[in-house]
Design a protein around this ligand. Structure first.
Ligand code: NAG
Ligand code: NAG
Length: 346
């Protein structure tokens, strides 16, 4: 009698441990509401694969403006690949209408500053504790606004991430407006030009006094991007080149048609690789350094009035304060307002 009640007590204890470790249903996208302090109201979604590794890695996958956790879960392969490799995916979701990320306020651009970056970092800490994840294998990635946040996460929480991979973002701090969820069109249009030292200082200032390791960075950007202008590839490369002590404009290797035809890979060293569709010239490009001449290179294309006669491609910008490009969209897409500064063909 006594023995069996102890046994059932132990069983109950065992069961409660098991359920503590299994907070969500596996192999489907699940919301987590109790991940800890959430100063900026970001929503947390998680994908825990059926075949969870013993000490799983974590990928934080961050959606674009107008996106959601669910859209990014469905539109990328991270969850699918999690079943092969056993890692966990965290999909944060922006709390703002238009679902861009706050990459513009002092709070979000500061380590433990109480902004979106802080909430996302708390999701990572929660997941490490809850699933016994490997704190040395935490990665961050994202597209467009999510790529901007990827750079911000790498700058504000360098101790947390082994690597970051950004698709069509801007340098950390480039979107600064001093307001929450602002839109900096000077930056988006590629007019925020700085030296690599200035950009590196922007990173250092987001976590003053930090001297530890920093995540390796992989930066992707298409050269036909009319929403987040391709100059932002160059500025982002300058930023991380500065942080890692490489010289922007002097990659160790320039590999044409890699990883795919029409793309060029710039390998600065083990900590920084950039991939863009920009055309490579056979000579001369090695001398285009981030010297002071760069700062005066304002974009030549400050075009005239808003152009109703042309059409923007899918995902392209089609309106917003300061926008002077096409205001119509290629069929079947329509121009949808994301916020005062940005309308997009969706
Ligand atoms: C955008 O950033 C630039 C500098 O990088 C700054 O001069 C400008 O005031 C910012 N724009 C807004 C709307 O705050
Ligand atoms: C930006 O970077 C690409 C790739 O390195 C290069 O081809 C292009 O000339 C750079 N643009 C400027 C304005 O420096």
């Amino acid at each position: 009698m006594k023995f069996s009640s102890i046994a059932s007590g132990l069983l109950a204890l065992g069961a409660s441990f098991a359920s503590a470790a299994e907070m969500v249903k596996r192999a489907s996208l699940q919301q987590v509401t109790n991940f800890g302090s959430n100063p900026s109201g970001v929503k947390m979604y998680i994908y825990v694969p059926n075949k969870l590794a013993t000490k799983p890695a974590i990928i934080v996958a961050i959606h674009y403006c107008s996106g959601t956790a669910s859209a990014y879960y469905q539109g990328t392969q991270y969850a699918q690949l999690a079943e092969t490799y056993g890692y966990i995916v965290i999909y944060p979701e922006s709390p703002y209408s238009g679902t861009c990320w706050d990459v513009s306020s002092p709070a979000s651009l500061t380590h433990n500053g109480g902004g979106n970056s802080n909430s996302i970092a708390n999701m990572v800490t929660y997941t490490i504790n809850q699933y016994g994840a490997d704190a040395s294998k935490v990665f961050v990635t994202g597209t467009s606004s999510g790529a901007m946040m990827t750079n911000v996460m790498a700058a504000t929480y360098p101790e947390m991430f082994a690597a970051g991979s950004a698709y069509a973002g801007v340098a950390a701090g480039c979107f600064y407006t001093g307001t929450v969820n602002g839109w900096n069109s000077t930056c988006s249009q590629g007019q925020s030009i700085h030296t690599q030292q200035e950009w590196a200082n922007t990173v250092y200032n987001m976590y003053p006094g930090y001297t530890g390791a920093r995540p390796k960075m992989l930066i992707h950007h298409g050269s036909a991007d009319t929403t987040i202008y391709p100059q932002n590839f160059n500025e982002t490369m300058k930023q991380w080149a500065g942080v890692f002590g490489y010289t922007y404009g002097q990659p160790q290797q320039t590999i044409a048609n890699n990883p795919a035809s029409g793309w060029t890979k710039y390998v600065y060293g083990p900590n920084l690789v950039g991939i863009t569709t920009a055309v490579t010239t056979t000579a001369a490009s090695t001398t285009t350094l981030a010297t002071s001449t760069k700062t005066s290179t304002a974009p030549a294309t400050t075009s005239s009035a808003s152009n109703g006669g042309c059409t923007s491609q899918r995902w392209g910008q089609c309106g917003g304060i300061g926008w002077t490009g096409c205001s119509a969209c290629v069929s079947p897409y329509t121009c949808q307002k994301i916020n005062d500064w940005y309308s997009q063909c969706l």
